[in-house]
Design a binder for this molecule. Structure first.
Ligand code: FES
Ligand code: FES
Length: 227
């Protein structure tokens, strides 16, 4: 009887080209063997089956693959997995905590900020990164700094509404924390009467005084070559 031996698909074959990489993915340390040409996106989707991160263009032009690397948003399709040895990767699957949606995820639900949902994981990861950057000062900033994330369904109005709602809520929380802190601060901490010193430098006035109006928008497109 003639028999043939088929390679078992159940036994992973280690590529002789694979390199050892350690990544922390959604809080879990993973030791992996990765071929040097594997993108971070393919590692997540094809090897680790974290398919929440989407592949749209695979060329850095749509933002569907946005993930957070050490808290910074990047296009995973443009990143080689081996170049992120030791890094912390957060995908859409890693944003919820203890069964509760991340505030940005909840805002997308509340504001109906998606239609087909294909761009949504990238939009949400990008928004989380944007809010952490802290450069957005208004809704237009949100729109501009999210411009690397395309939505073919055109849900941009509600996406901006969702992100802006979280930004405003955090700003109110921060202000209330500052006020509570100031109310409990000991009187000794109050500034001495420096203001009577005619040589004292003039103090900045107004809520926007500390902002540099000429600050470059270097973080406005934190996704490298994304449009
Ligand atoms: S799939 Fe990465 S930017 Fe489009
Ligand atoms: S919701 Fe369909 S592509 Fe954005």
């Amino acid at each position: 009887m003639h028999t043939t031996t088929k390679p078992s698909s159940a036994i992973p074959v280690r590529s002789p080209d694979a390199l050892p990489v350690e990544l922390t993915i959604n809080g879990e340390r993973r030791a992996l063997d990765v071929e040097p040409w594997t993108s971070l996106l393919d590692l997540l989707r094809e090897h680790l089956h974290l398919t929440g991160t989407k592949k749209g263009c695979d060329h850095g032009q749509c933002g569907a693959c946005t993930v957070l690397v050490n808290g910074t948003r990047i296009n995973a399709c443009l990143a080689l997995a081996v170049s992120h040895d030791g890094d912390e990767i957060t995908t859409i699957e890693g944003l919820a905590e203890d069964g509760a949606l991340h505030p940005v995820q909840q805002a997308f639900v509340d504001h109906d900020a998606f239609q087909c949902g294909y761009c949504t994981p990238g939009q949400i990861c990008s928004a989380v990164g944007l809010l952490a950057e802290g450069h957005a000062q208004c809704r237009d900033d949100v729109r501009e700094q999210m411009s690397g994330n395309l939505c073919r369904c055109g849900a941009y109005v509600n996406i901006a509404n969702a992100v802006e709602s979280v930004r405003l809520a955090r700003r109110i929380d921060t202000r209330e924390e500052d006020e509570a802190h100031a109310a409990h601060a000991p009187h000794e901490a109050h500034a001495p009467h420096d203001s009577h010193d005619p040589h004292a430098a003039p103090q900045a006035q107004g809520p926007h005084a500390a902002q540099d109006p000429h600050a470059p928008h270097e973080a406005q497109n934190a996704q490298g070559d994304a449009p």
